[in-house]
Write a protein that binds this ligand. Sequence first.
Ligand code: PLP
Length: 394
Amino acid sequence: MSDSGGSVSGQGEGAGPAGPPGAGDGTRAVRAGLPKPVRHEPTLPGPVFAAHFHLPGEVTGPYAYGRDDNPTWTLLERAIGELEAPGREGVETLVFASGMAAVSSVLFSQLSAGDTVVLPEDGYQALPLVRGQLEAYGIEVRTAPTRGDAQLDVLDGARLLWIESPSNPGLDVCDIRRLVEAAHARGALVAVDNTLATPLGQRPLELGADFSVASGTKQLTGHGDVLLGYVTGHDTQAMAAVRHWRKIVGAIAGPMEAWLAHRSIATLQLRVDRQNASALVLAGALRKRPEVTGLRYPGLPDDPSHKVASQQMRRYGCVVSFTLPTRARADRFLDALRLVDDATSFGGLRSTAERRGRWGGDPVPEGFIRFSVGAEDPEDLVADVLRALDESDS
Ligand SMILES: *Cc1c(COP(=O)(O)O)cnc(C)c1O
């Protein structure tokens, strides 16, 4: 670890060792964002609960008021930055109260009346709500599907391209490098929603994007007990606008949530590897079932997303989606599961599944199931799923 100085993250003085350059994901995850060791101090300092900080005289230094900065955020932001853009200088990360706070901070800080933005047609279910608000502010919104890089066709004149790959819940993938190149050639900025992949699955900034934005509520924190979001970017001016947005809207992460998130990142590689491997096993078991159609998992070699995913992703995620013949069958299946909670969200240690159509926001069949694979033993999980499929067949 001798050559692992404070500049690993490019985030300045005090950055602790995140492992030697080129260290593996597990090494980097357990050390991400840690401060330099200080005698009698904990490895990861506890949450700093402070609305204001002592500030005699002139306003200097970062910590003055708790809506602007907090030392617990600083360590978490450093950790996320080290994973999103390892070894890269000049990258900044800002954490938010939720994924939607992070998403909105980019959209609303980068766009103003008269601008055009391209969103995915099949993106996260709250995006259409954001769309309505953008349009109310005089911003033109165009949409196109993720699949087939269809957003390319509506890029002309856009100021910002918003990509979600893999898309949630459809699991389509687009060629991020190709879209970035086309967007940049037209002078547009590019943001990628990296929630499903996590920074260990995909590094949007390395693929050329200007922003990597994610909900930390899902697999990044992985315990289903925290809402959080973040934006990582390299454009100083654009990130200053995002920071300003956080300050004026005040959608800030609580210190406890930020600390829990940082604590959870230490196990990110363990969780992601286990859950993703089990997702592939489950997908393999589901494909043998006659009642399962529309099975999607980007890690399956013959999945429509696999080729592009394998060019730009390092891991394929823990979400598997498929369709059962009817809404009633899907409901019976969910009801029969014992190891899998019928709940929304994804990426947690405990498997969850839901009939996505119950929300009404996604263009999916009534029997469509979004399945998030947890850290249970894969054989137990597969046995539970196969039993529930059998029992729901009546
Ligand atoms: C959950 C989710 C969000 C929103 O995150 P919250 O933390 O729930 O606000 C955004 N994008 C994607 C892809 C998500 O899955």
